[in-house]
Design a binder for this molecule. Structure first.
Ligand code: ZN
Ligand code: ZN
Length: 394
């Protein structure tokens, strides 16, 4: 409970309260007038975060509406921040750049050559999104997506390693020279197109176990409904079979009744299936929660990519904070994996799907060269064909 206690103490202090720690699990707070009304506190209150609560203390925990009340105090504060990390000495550089690149690059149809490495500043953007899934159960979670705005790379792996490190470092507000050196931000439409695909994929990955469990429950219920109605229908069908060939008014009336019964069972079965579909239908709401723009010291690698007779230079950053290289930039696709295929004409780097054969005419073509349709048969690219949004020209 220590983190919550620290958070509440800092938040209340920033709002003008006088806060004093009274023991391991408690705060004594002198509350200014405005906060007294918002939080429903008296002028002097004792807040308790632990299990051993003195009788007069107000228990604060994650349950109840405390987070909402404190969240209301935060408002839009803390949604966006920018920080710079300045190293005291020269930035660390990897001893064997070729080995770093060997791990970072996977180019099945091209070769690469290391050309040089320089200390630089990267402008990295980390975005947090909260998702809520509404189905027969509710799920909530937080996903982070990140980009190196200076190279265009996706920073998933680097970011995951970096988050615990970030809390330890000394940060300051970025200065003008660093901002200039790191290069500009992306245009909003570019950022949006990159974020959309990546976020969708990340949330899908995150929800996969939940989706599987929900699907299993749906199937189990569908099977139960099916078995139940199949039994009823089977009984009626047997009765109908027994009546086959029987003549006269009574058997005819029985037959008609049994046929009506079968139709009613079938209708009820369909209605039950619709109910289940409705019950298990899923709605996912995603909201942006926080953005953190970081100016980080990096080693920038210049790498030459060769494919047949063509060649092209790319840049790729090695992050000393986590001693990890980011994946290569990606001209088409999400760029989450390290594998890139290189196209013949313009040496675009794409995800595997970016050079896949056309589903209609089987010709393989580069989606970065022809983003809308197959150049041979004209089949348009559909959403879900693996596209992830374009990378800005850097
Ligand atoms: Zn291409
Ligand atoms: Zn085609």
């Amino acid at each position: 409970m220590g983190e919550l206690q620290d958070f509440v103490a800092e938040l209340l202090e920033r709002q003008g309260a006088a806060v004093e720690k009274v023991d391991a699990g408690g705060l004594e707070v002198l509350v200014p007038q405005r906060l007294q009304e918002t939080l429903g506190f008296a002028e002097l209150v004792q807040l308790s975060f632990g299990a051993n609560r003195p009788g007069h203390a107000i228990p604060i925990g994650l349950e109840g509406d405390w987070l909402d009340r404190f969240g209301a105090l935060l408002g839009e504060h803390g949604r966006w921040a920018e920080r710079q990390l300045t190293l005291t000495g020269a930035p660390e550089a990897p001893g064997n750049p070729e080995r770093v690149l060997d791990r970072a690059l996977d180019l099945p149809n091209a070769v690469w050559r290391f050309q040089g490495m320089t200390a630089a500043v990267a402008r990295c953007l980390m975005l947090a999104f909260r998702y809520s899934v509404f189905s027969d159960e509710k799920r909530e979670g937080l996903v982070w997506v990140g980009f190196n705005l200076s190279t265009g790379a996706v920073l998933d792996e680097v970011l995951a390693a970096m988050r615990p490190v970030l809390a330890r470092e000394q940060w300051q507000a970025p200065d003008a020279a660093t901002r200039l050196e790191a290069g500009p931000r992306w245009e909003p439409d570019v950022l949006q197109s990159r974020v959309r695909g990546l976020l969708e994929r990340r949330i899908r990955l995150e929800l996969e176990p939940f989706l599987r469990a929900t699907r299993r429950r749906l199937e189990r219920d569908q099977n139960r409904v099916h078995e139940y109605h199949e039994d009823l229908r089977g009984t009626s069908m047997k009765r109908l079979a027994a009546l086959a060939g029987a003549q006269g008014e009574k058997p005819e009336a029985d037959r008609r009744r049994e046929q009506l019964r079968v139709s009613a069972i079938e209708r009820e079965y369909q209605a039950k299936l619709d109910d289940l579909r409705h019950h298990y239908a899923m709605r996912v709401v995603v909201e942006w929660a926080q953005a953190l723009e970081l100016y980080l010291p990096v080693q920038r690698f210049d790498v030459l990519i060769r494919r047949r007779k063509g060649e092209r230079s790319i840049r790729l950053d090695w992050h000393p904070l986590v001693r990890t290289a980011e994946p290569a930039p990606c001209d088409w696709g999400l760029g989450m994996e390290r594998t890139r295929l290189v196209c013949d004409d313009k040496l675009h780097l794409t995800d595997r799907a970016g050079q896949a054969p056309c589903p209609s005419c089987a010709k393989a073509w580069c989606r970065a060269c022809h983003p809308a349709r197959c150049p041979r048969c004209g089949r348009a690219i559909k959403r879900g064909d693996g596209q992830g949004g374009r990378t800005p020209a850097i």
